[in-house]
Design a protein around this ligand. Sequence first.
Ligand code: NAP
Length: 309
Amino acid sequence: MRGLLNFLYLFKRSQTTRYKPVILVTGCSSGIGLAIAELLASQKNYRLVVTARETSLETLYAKFEENEDLWIRPLDVTDPASRLILVGEIRQKWRGVDILVNNAGISYRAVIEHMTVEDELHQFHTNYFGPTALIRAVLPHMRETGRGKIINVSSVSGMLAMPTMASYSASKHALEGLSEALWYEVKPLGINVTLVQPGFVNSKSFTRVHYTRKSDPTLSEELYSDYYEHMTPFIERLMGLSRTTPEQVAKKVLKVIQLQDPPLWVPATPDANIFYYLRRFIPRNLLLPLLFALLPKARLWANRYTHRR
Ligand SMILES: NC(=O)c1ccc[n+]([C@@H]2O[C@H](COP(=O)([O-])OP(=O)(O)OC[C@H]3O[C@@H](n4cnc5c(N)ncnc54)[C@H](OP(=O)(O)O)[C@@H]3O)[C@@H](O)[C@H]2O)c1
């Protein structure tokens, strides 16, 4: 009897599983998204949808070859029609998305006084409302199948805010808050939520930073100019010094995909761990003066125009 059971078990194990999770990745035209797409495309056990906005699709066609398990599709995460069409097509052909990687994101460099409501909305539509709408679009299939993963690429700015990046930090804080609540909501349904949190990544993404009309460095607005003058090269320097590449962040994402029960928070660079401990263990009244002292020439900021008493 035991021999028969062993034989049946071996037979079962040698059967190939036909389940190939469907993965949808946003913002694959450059940086971390491109690295994630390339890594996942090199694995043979997934069906993959790599996406970019219409204007960047050429990059994807140059990098990837479409086949029955790899689709290249346009997706602007801020556009409801674009989201609807793509999720609809995936649902029709592959029943739905099993793993969503919300990677697409933009970052404004501007002090709060230099942001308009339109700028704020652009930041939030890309980093928060778009990803959230995609989550809502893919959840029904995950709920019905009783499994699924939502992976949101956040940032250390989602735990610690920095001057001239307020709106970006706010959008990532929002994404972190949503993901934490969602973790509770979908855990009983068999769905996992993970925040992958990169700190400084050695990439050229700082060249894609958004400026507002007033923070544009080519227009010499005096007010706050010294903030930008010091923060911009400081961030670029830290990114240049970082030893973490987009490919290493992509490996973290793959690990999350492979884990049965991944954690909610996954720091993706060594400095993300440091920021986590700074935030948690340095008393609040010391944290801000400490960080302020570390920012380049911050004590001189606004000297030319402050009316401080
Ligand atoms: N690099 C870092 O140091 C770092 C650190 C922390 C967190 N992150 C996060 O990591 C993610 C990827 O950033 P990255 O550094 O790789 O930046 P990146 O090189 O600028 O790539 C961002 C991607 O998002 C896409 N995108 C922008 N707006 C979009 C929209 N409306 N719809 C769809 N796609 C859109 C861009 O595509 P287009 O070609 O169409 O513009 C691009 O492919 C972001 O969420 C970012 O906040 C990055």
